[in-house]
Design a protein around this ligand. Structure first.
Ligand SMILES: *[C@@H]1O[C@H](CO)[C@@H](O)[C@H](O)[C@H]1NC(C)=O
Ligand SMILES: *[C@@H]1O[C@H](CO)[C@@H](O)[C@H](O)[C@H]1NC(C)=O
Ligand SMILES: *[C@@H]1O[C@H](CO)[C@@H](O)[C@H](O)[C@H]1NC(C)=O
Ligand SMILES: *[C@@H]1O[C@H](CO)[C@@H](O)[C@H](O)[C@H]1NC(C)=O
Ligand SMILES: *[C@@H]1O[C@H](CO)[C@@H](O)[C@H](O)[C@H]1NC(C)=O
Length: 471
C-alpha cells in the first residue's frame, strides 16, 4: 500500500533526523526511550497539507451552495480513525469521495481532518457544535466525547452573543441528556446574568417554560423573573397559549403586594392577559392578607405559587465569605424576613450559621469515643459542615418549615460560577455530600477564590415538606 510505505520511509528518516535532539528517557530497566512522537505528528500534518502519497481526494460540497473544497487525503489514516470513512472508501467508485456537508460543518472540515492526522485540535466556542456534528457523523468517538466535555466546562465562558442556549438546543436535538442538563442547570443557576444578556431573547418557548417550572432558579427576586418574561414576550411575540402558560408559572405569592398592584395596573402584558391569571393573583392577594397558617387552614399551600425559588435579595439571605476555611470553626449571623406573605413583612428572624471545616459525623465520632481518643472536631478526617439555627424561637414559627440553601461558588476557566446548591433543614450533614470533593486543604482548590470560600445562604419559609432539588 502506497501510503503505508510513505509512512515508514518518513519514520526512518525522522529517527535519523531527530536523534540529535536527545529526547531520551532512561528507564528502570536500563533501556533508553528515544522519543520523537512530536516530530512524527508534524510529519503527518505535512503529509496532509502537502498531499504526498495521497490515494483519495475528498470533495466537500457545501449543501445548497456551489462551494467545493478539495482535500488530498490518505485512506490509511481515514480508515484507522473512522469506520464510517472505512465504509465510504470501500464502496467508492473513483479516486474522489464526495461528502456533502452543511455550511458550518464544511467550514470546520479542515480542522476535523487535521485532528484525524494529528490527534489534537484547537476549538473556539462557535466551532464546538459543527465539530461535534462531524465527529458524530463520522463516528470519531474520542473527539465527540472530548467536545462534550469541552462544552460542559465552557458554559460560563464569555461570548458576545452567548452560546449556552444554542448548545442546549443542539443537545436536545441529538438527545445528549448530560449536556442538555448541564446547559439547563447553568442557565437556572445564573439566571440574573442570563436575563440581562442578549441570549435571553433567543431562548425557545420550550426552554422558557422548562426554566419557569424550576424551584432552583438563582436570581434576585420573583419580580426580576416577571420583568425578564415581559422582555422575552415582547421580543418573541409567541402564541397566546405560550404566554398564558408562562404567566401562570410566575409565583405571584412571592411578589410583595405593592409590586403586584403596580403590575396589575401598569404592566401592558398583565393588562392584556389579566383574565388568564386572575385566579392566581386573587389567591396571591389572599395569601398576603393574613398569616400563612390562617391561610393554610382554607387553601392548599402545597403548590408552586407559594414556594420560593433561590432569591439572592437580602430579604432572604446573605453572602458569606469564609477566609482560610480550614483554619478553624467560623460563625456568622444574618436576618431574613419571617415569610413571603405581606402579613410577615415586618417580622425578622435572626439566624446563626456555624461552619466547621473538619466535622465528624456522629457514627465516626462514637467509634472514636469507644476507643477513648481524640477531640472529634479537630481531626483531619472530618468533613466540612454548616448548621443554621434560629437565634431565638418564636410562636410565629408554627406551621412554617425553614429550608436552608447554601450556594457554593467556584472558579471555572477564571470565572466565578455557582458550583453547587445544597438544600437542608438544619445541617448540611443532611445533604450527605456537602463540599465532599472541594479539597479545601489544597491552596489550588477551585473552591477557593483568593483563599476564601464564597457561600450564599438562603432561608426559604415553606409551608409543606422539603423542596426536592430538581435536577
Ligand atoms: C514522548 O513525548 C511526548 C510529547 O513530547 C509525550 O506526550 C509522550 O508521553 C512521550 N512518550 C514516551 C514513551 O515517553
Ligand atoms: C512531499 O514531496 C515534496 C516534493 O516531492 C517534498 O519536498 C516534501 O518534503 C514532501 N513532504 C512530505 C511530508 O513528505
Ligand atoms: C458505484 O457504482 C455502482 C454501479 O455502477 C453503483 O451502484 C453505486 O451506487 C456506485 N457507488 C457510489 C458510491 O457512487
Ligand atoms: C454568569 O454568566 C456570566 C457570563 O455570562 C459569567 O461571567 C458569570 O461568571 C456567571 N456567573 C455564575 C454565578 O455562574
Ligand atoms: C405536595 O405536592 C406534591 C405534588 O404536587 C406531592 O408529591 C407531595 O406529597 C405534597 N406534599 C404534601 C405535604 O402534601
Amino acid at each position: 500500500m502506497e501510503p503505508l510505505r510513505e509512512f515508514f520511509s518518513h519514520e526512518k528518516y525522522l529517527v535519523c533526523l531527530t536523534a540529535a535532539l536527545k529526547q531520551e528517557v532512561v528507564l528502570d530497566s536500563g533501556a533508553t526511550v528515544l522519543n520523537h512522537s512530536m516530530a512524527l505528528v508534524q510529519r503527518l500534518e505535512a503529509l496532509l497539507t502537502q498531499g504526498n502519497g495521497s490515494d483519495v481526494t475528498l470533495r466537500i460540497q457545501t449543501l445548497d451552495t456551489d462551494e467545493v473544497k478539495m482535500i488530498q487525503a490518505h485512506t490509511l489514516v481515514l480508515t484507522m480513525q473512522s469506520d464510517v470513512f472505512d465504509d465510504l472508501l470501500l464502496n467508492r467508485n473513483s479516486s474522489v469521495l464526495v461528502l456533502r456537508e452543511t455550511q458550518d460543518c464544511a467550514a470546520a472540515f479542515d480542522k476535523f481532518i487535521r485532528y484525524l492526522y494529528c490527534g489534537d485540535i484547537s476549538v473556539r466556542l462557535d466551532q464546538a457544535i459543527p465539530l461535534h456534528k462531524l465527529a458524530s457523523k463520522y463516528h470519531v468517538q474520542r473527539l465527540q466525547q472530548g467536545l462534550t466535555r469541552y462544552m460542559t466546562q465552557h458554559l460560563s465562558s464569555e461570548s458576545p452573543a452567548g452560546h449556552v442556549v444554542s448548545w442546549y438546543q443542539y443537545a436536545l436535538q441529538i438527545g445528549d441528556v448530560v449536556l442538555k442538563d448541564s446547559c439547563l442547570q447553568y442557565l437556572a443557576w445564573n439566571l440574573s446574568s442570563v436575563l440581562q444578556s442578549a441570549e435571553w431573547g433567543s431562548i425557545s418557548d420550550e426552554l422558557l417554560l422548562s426554566l419557569l417550572q424550576r424551584s432552583d432558579l438563582i436570581l434576585q427576586s420573583e419580580l426580576e423573573l416577571y420583568e425578564g418574561l415581559e422582555a422575552w414576550i415582547s421580543q418573541n411575540q409567541p402564541a397566546g397559549v405560550t404566554v398564558e402558560n408562562a404567566l401562570r408559572s410566575v409565583r405571584y405569592g412571592m411578589i410583595p403586594p405593592q409590586h403586584l398592584f403596580r403590575l396589575q395596573k401598569q404592566s401592558p402584558l398583565m393588562l392584556r392577559y389579566y383574565e388568564s391569571i386572575r385566579d392566581l393573583l386573587f389567591l396571591a392577594f389572599q395569601f398576603h392578607s393574613a398569616s400563612p397558617v390562617q391561610f393554610a387552614k382554607y387553601f392548599d399551600v402545597n403548590c408552586s405559587l407559594f414556594t420560593p425559588r433561590n432569591y439572592l435579595s437580602q430579604t432572604w439571605g446573605s453572602p458569606w465569605v469564609i477566609n482560610n476555611p480550614t483554619r478553624d470553626d467560623r460563625s456568622f449571623s444574618f436576618q431574613t424576613q419571617l415569610g413571603p406573605s405581606s402579613h410577615d413583612s415586618s417580622k425578622r428572624v435572626t439566624w446563626n450559621a456555624l461552619f466547621s471545616p473538619r466535622w465528624l459525623p456522629l457514627s465516626v465520632r462514637s467509634s472514636y469515643a469507644e476507643h477513648g481518643a481524640m477531640q472529634p472536631t479537630r481531626t483531619d478526617n472530618g468533613r466540612p459542615r454548616i448548621i443554621v439555627t434560629p437565634a431565638t424561637s418564636s410562636p410565629d414559627f408554627a406551621g412554617v418549615s425553614f429550608q436552608k440553601t447554601v450556594i457554593v461558588a467556584a472558579k471555572q476557566q477564571g470565572k466565578v460560577v455557582v458550583r453547587h446548591v445544597y438544600n437542608f433543614h438544619q445541617s448540611t450533614e443532611e445533604a450527605g455530600d456537602f463540599l465532599v470533593d472541594a479539597d479545601l486543604q489544597r491552596r489550588a482548590s477551585e473552591y477557593l477564590i483568593d483563599s476564601s470560600l464564597y457561600l450564599h445562604i438562603i432561608v426559604k419559609p415553606i409551608y409543606h415538606s422539603l423542596i426536592v432539588a430538581k435536577k
